[in-house]
Structure formats: structure tokens, C-alpha cells
Write a protein that binds this ligand. Structure first.
Ligand SMILES: [Zn+2]
Ligand SMILES: [Zn+2]
Length: 316
């Protein structure tokens, strides 16, 4: 994998490629609004519905399954494999991970990776697509920064230059194919829980509740968990390792985020396959990579070593 983790990534003989490649067209922008705001509205509606209306066990089971399926697709696939190359995956697993990640409705793999590599290249400086620190440090500036880092940035029209930040994925025909399937996978991830729920309960009502809870609400909850890594984990938490930005370890999100909230270590050592490296730091994504390794489905896993962690630790 080419080194894309520094600000000079993408420099070629003709000079550096621009960070931004263009602007989203109107149709894409409308789709972004619809697929971010509709699940969000379902999440808001879900809170009162939970009390007055209830939720069935089939809905809960499907919601948990699809939460793990799409969530681990983002953390293990999009993030640790495609963005950072923390391990190498056999071709079938690579394709499955790209499909799983797409089903989180966050963006196609190449777009996600380009945005995220740009985040690491400029972390908490001008050019970072979602830093909470770009408006200042007054309470109002930080409120604005939190909103921007959490979800405001997603509505930005500018698109990250994929040729600069993700040339390796653009040259991969498998990833290109999954990338093109993104609109269909978005439909599938919402409709499939409804179909399964309908078949299990053998009723239209069961299909609707499964679509609502395991489709819309699950997508919205996962959106906010992923976005919290960009907002909360760049503002609050512990910083035991030396990174050049504000990335922090925020333990309350460890389980929900599949280990991604150990974000300080991640920025200190971006290619490390395990983010929760200290005692008791739960990291489900790293555990899954470990299982894949035992099956022989992944190789060259970049596990942390004591010596490396000691070097990265903040010296007091
Ligand atoms: Zn970060
Ligand atoms: Zn990262």
C-alpha cells in the first residue's frame, strides 16, 4: 500500500493533487440528506415508541445482528483493512467486508477511505474533513466544532480527491464493483431486515417493525456511533500515547464502537490492527481479525508489540 498517512501523500512529478476533487451533484446531495435524515427521524421517533408501543424479540435480534454485521464491516473492513492496511485479507473475505461496510449506509468504500485518509493526513488541522477544533476553543466555537465533526461535515458539497487519497482502491476491480453497488446495498440493508422479520412473524406488521428497528433505527444508531469517533473521541478522553492531534481514548463507547473509541492509540499508530492495546480495553474488531487469522483468512496482521507501545507512550 502506498503511504497515504502523511500530508504529502499523492504528490507526483506534476505536483501534489488537490485535496478536493469537485462538488457533489444535486441528486447525490439529495440522497445524502434522505439517507442520513430519515434514519435519524426514525431514531427520534423510536424513543417515545419504545414506551407506548414496544419492540418484539425478533426486532431486537435482527437489529443486533445487522448492527454487528454492518458495524464490523466499517471497522474491520473500511477502516482497519482498506484505509490503513492493518492486515491482508483473502479475496472472498475482502469482498464480503466491502459489502458489509457498504451496508452501514455511510458511503461507498472508496469515498469513505479517501475521507478517512484525509482525516489522518491533516488531523485536527486545516484540511481535516471533520475536526471539532477548526472554529476555536470558546464554548460556542466548540459547540459548532462538535456539530461539524459529528454530522455537519457530511453535508459539505466538496468531495475528497479519490485519486490522491485512495489510488490503490481505485485500481482494485473488486472494490470498484462493490463501490458501484452502493445504492443497491443501501436498499438491501433497509429492506432485508423487513423481509426476514416478515417471514419469521408471517405478517406485514412484523415486516414493518423489523424494517423500522433493524433497518432504520439500527442504521441511525450506527451512524451516531461512527460519528462519535470523529467528534467525542477528538474532544474528550485520555491520551496515554503521543499523537500529533487531539485524538483521545473514550472508554464508554468501546463496546458500541467495536473498539474504535480507543482513538488515541489509533492516531498514535494508525496501521496497528488493535486499537484497545491496554489491559481491559475491549476491542471487538481486533478479536474478529484474530479469529480470521486463526482460520487463515487474513495474513500479515500488524499486531502491537510491547517495545512499540513503549516507544509510543507519552513520556512524563
Ligand atoms: Zn480521528
Ligand atoms: Zn483511522
Amino acid at each position: 500500500m502506498t503511504s497515504t498517512l502523511d500530508a504529502d501523500a499523492g504528490v507526483d512529478k506534476k505536483g501534489p493533487k488537490p485535496i478536493i476533487e469537485g462538488r457533489r451533484n444535486l441528486a447525490t446531495q439529495i440522497a445524502v440528506y434522505v439517507f442520513i435524515l430519515v434514519p435519524f427521524a426514525a431514531l427520534v421517533a423510536a424513543v417515545p415508541l419504545l414506551w407506548g408501543w414496544g419492540i418484539g424479540w425478533v426486532d431486537v435480534a435482527l437489529a443486533v445482528f445487522f448492527f454487528y454485521w454492518s458495524g464490523l464491516g466499517v471497522t474491520v473492513g473500511y477502516h482497519r483493512l482498506f484505509t490503513h492496511g492493518s492486515f491482508k485479507a483473502k479475496r472472498p473475505l475482502k469482498i464480503v467486508l466491502a459489502v458489509m461496510g457498504s451496508m452501514a449506509v455511510q458511503s461507498p468504500p472508496i469515498t469513505w477511505v479517501a475521507d478517512h485518509r484525509r482525516h489522518h493526513a491533516f488531523s485536527d488541522r486545516e484540511g481535516d474533513p471533520h475536526s471539532p477544533w477548526l472554529y476555536g476553543t470558546s464554548p460556542w466555537a466548540l459547540t459548532k466544532g462538535f456539530w461539524h465533526a459529528h454530522m455537519g461535515w457530511i453535508f459539505d458539497h466538496d468531495t475528497t480527491n479519490k485519486q490522491r487519497f485512495a489510488p490503490d482502491l481505485m485500481a482494485d476491480p473488486d472494490i470498484q464493483r462493490v463501490n458501484k453497488l452502493f445504492p443497491y446495498l443501501t436498499g438491501l440493508t433497509l429492506v432485508l431486515p423487513g423481509v426476514i422479520g416478515g417471514l419469521i412473524s408471517w405478517s406485514w406488521w412484523g415486516a414493518f417493525t423489523a424494517f423500522f428497528w433493524a433497518g432504520l433505527v439500527r442504521v441511525a444508531v450506527l451512524h451516531h456511533v461512527t460519528w462519535s469517533t470523529n467528534s467525542i473521541c477528538h474532544m474528550i478522553g485520555e491520551r496515554p500515547f503521543a499523537s500529533r492531534d487531539k485524538a483521545a481514548n473514550f472508554w464508554p463507547l468501546a463496546i458500541l464502537s467495536f473498539g474504535e473509541s480507543w482513538h488515541n492509540l489509533h492516531h498514535a499508530d494508525p496501521t496497528c490492527a488493535r486499537h484497545g492495546v491496554q489491559r481491559g480495553q475491549i476491542d471487538t474488531s481486533a478479536r474478529l481479525i484474530w479469529i480470521f487469522e486463526k482460520f487463515g483468512w487474513v495474513t500479515d496482521v500488524r499486531w502491537p508489540s510491547e517495545a512499540r507501545l513503549a516507544k509510543l507512550a507519552v513520556t512524563k
